[in-house]
Design a protein around this ligand. Structure first.
Ligand SMILES: CC(C)(COP(=O)(O)OP(=O)(O)OC[C@H]1O[C@@H](n2cnc3c(N)ncnc32)[C@H](O)[C@@H]1OP(=O)(O)O)[C@@H](O)C(=O)NCCC(=O)NCCS
Length: 177
């Protein structure tokens, strides 16, 4: 799957009607609505989303997943030189387990690869089994841990994905994510 510029990506199988496309400013109301539902304790503000989109395409890339006209997920990545960092991945509760997270993250990895970066990093709560499962399914491997990163007793797992051409890469060109 490729998410080059505005080219929509159709996922296979149960996701035939899922379209992954770059995020635009006019998507932000729907994205923020989801953000507030999914990250109620500490949602990104409108200012944070606008600030991220203002840095596209130089150092950021954001995508949304749609079923019909409804936004059901979104994701974003920070890319500078050979390094990238996943900023967010989120899927509507009622849409989980249908390949949406995989399609979103795959679109980000495609973009990172196209930019010539060779490694993608991220941090995730060590007790977030769904997210760790998603990242592992796409080839990310744990390579560190930050104790109490999310507050006392809530560690962050550091994970990374080496891309073809980079040191220690394990993903075949065109495969994996
Ligand atoms: C993490 C999240 C994005 C996954 O989205 P999703 O659309 O349900 O994921 P997918 O259906 O694409 O699943 C892809 C793979 O991830 C793994 N996975 C998904 N849900 C999982 C779960 N609950 N437990 C373990 N692995 C899981 C599986 O390997 C799955 O592949 P499979 O279906 O072939 O088995 C979603 O659960 C979410 O939005 N969580 C809340 C926000 C969040 O935690 N974001 C990450 C912050 S670091």
């Amino acid at each position: 799957m490729s998410a080059q510029d505005v080219a929509p990506a159709l996922a296979a199988g149960s996701c035939e009607d899922l379209v992954v496309d770059r995020m635009r400013w006019w998507d932000l109301d729907d994205v923020q609505e989801l953000e507030r539902q999914l990250f109620a304790a500490d949602p990104w503000t409108a200012g944070q989303f606008w600030s991220e989109l203002a840095r596209v395409p130089e150092s950021r890339w954001y995508v949304v997943a749609r079923r019909g006209s409804r936004i059901v997920g979104y994701a974003g990545v920070f890319v500078v030189g050979p390094e990238a960092d996943v900023q967010t991945v989120a899927v509507d509760l009622g849409e989980r387990g249908r390949g949406t997270g995989r399609a979103l993250l795959g679109a980000l990895v495609d973009r990172v690869r196209a930019r010539g970066a060779t490694v993608v990093h991220l941090e995730v709560r060590a007790d977030n089994a769904a997210a760790i499962g998603l990242y592992t399914a796409l080839g990310f491997a744990a390579d560190g841990r930050r104790r109490d990163y999310y507050g006392r007793g809530h560690d962050a797992l550091l994970m990374s994905l080496r891309l073809p051409g980079g040191p220690g890469s394990t993903v075949a060109p065109g495969g994996g994510a």
